[in-house]
Design a protein around this ligand. Sequence first.
Ligand SMILES: Cc1cc2nc3c(=O)[nH]c(=O)nc-3n(C[C@H](O)[C@H](O)[C@H](O)COP(=O)(O)OP(=O)(O)OC[C@H]3O[C@@H](n4cnc5c(N)ncnc54)[C@H](O)[C@@H]3O)c2cc1C
Length: 315
Amino acid sequence: MRVVVIGAGIAGLMAAQSLVKHGHDVVVVDKGRSPGGRLATRRIDDATLDHGAQFFTVRDSLFESHVSEWIASGVVTEWCRGFDTTIQNNDGFPRYRGVRGMTDIAKHLAQGLDVRCNTLAFSIAPGATSKWQLKIDDGSVLDADAIIVTCPLPQAYALLVTAGIELPESMLRTEYDRTICLLAVLNQSSAVANPGGLQNPDETFSFIADNAIKGISSATALTLHANPQFSLEHWDTSTDDVQRLLLERAGPWIGDATVITSQIKKWRLATPLTIWPERYWTNDMIVLAGDAFGGPKLEGAALSGLAAANYLANN
Ligand SMILES: Cc1cc2nc3c(=O)[nH]c(=O)nc-3n(C[C@H](O)[C@H](O)[C@H](O)COP(=O)(O)OP(=O)(O)OC[C@H]3O[C@@H](n4cnc5c(N)ncnc54)[C@H](O)[C@@H]3O)c2cc1C
């Protein structure tokens, strides 16, 4: 089969890898400059900062087998066993990170695949010589026997309008939390304690990471995720104002350090608020997958991608 996968996030890449192993001809397209989607690592001078997903956990044995391979390949490593410093050894469950950042996982999975970045999928329609045709925004066309769509659902709907495929009403209503992310490079150590991560530390932030303590950055650099409530309330605030406000609120974790440089990154479709009960949804050789199907985390998205590929491999 000729399969086009839309989205080179974890779901799309896992799906593509699996289909290639089954002998299918797969092209992955992504509108971003590099693979990863919400697995995103940014470099600012000597600092390396994860600004999307911060870590992941493993519950499912199929996912565990993939993670074992990533560990053996030097792509991921254990970060810690929890972020509550008041409990010794925390809950005991490993939190994994990319060795040099979370995008390491995407780069690893993209190896050997035909991944076309800077390629915006524009619309899906029945093809003249193939089952489906995907139009790219530069006017080119990709023919496909099947298409896996892994972008967040509002982006998927836009693509499917021309396909004549109706999506379930409840799926159309899926909403996403937003995340405003502050990235701050510091001139010296921060006030964040080992292991370098804080979950829901106050009324503004949902997660704070010190990327140097985490082990991915040679310079001290903080990633601060504003929680969904703050992010929604301040979504339309100007970037300068929200940056100023978040830097103020980050004071306790910046400590005695000085901020050398800072940036704001906004995730409009950060986390799906409802999860489809199946790991994928399909109609007429179009398969929808991603974290809105497998659960709002890296593991769920990966398992959704694998399940979508498995469905196509068997149909
Ligand atoms: C701020 C933040 C923090 C998070 N923290 C964690 C965490 O600590 N642990 C955890 O497990 N999970 C975390 N998550 C969730 C996790 O990142 C996601 O569940 C997972 O990465 C989703 O993968 P995906 O492949 O489903 O989607 P995505 O990674 O979003 O991939 C979809 C891809 O589709 C592409 N795309 C969209 N539209 C088009 C188009 N028209 N044409 C071409 N390409 C298109 C996008 O560029 C993107 O690369 C976090 C997410 C965010 C945003």
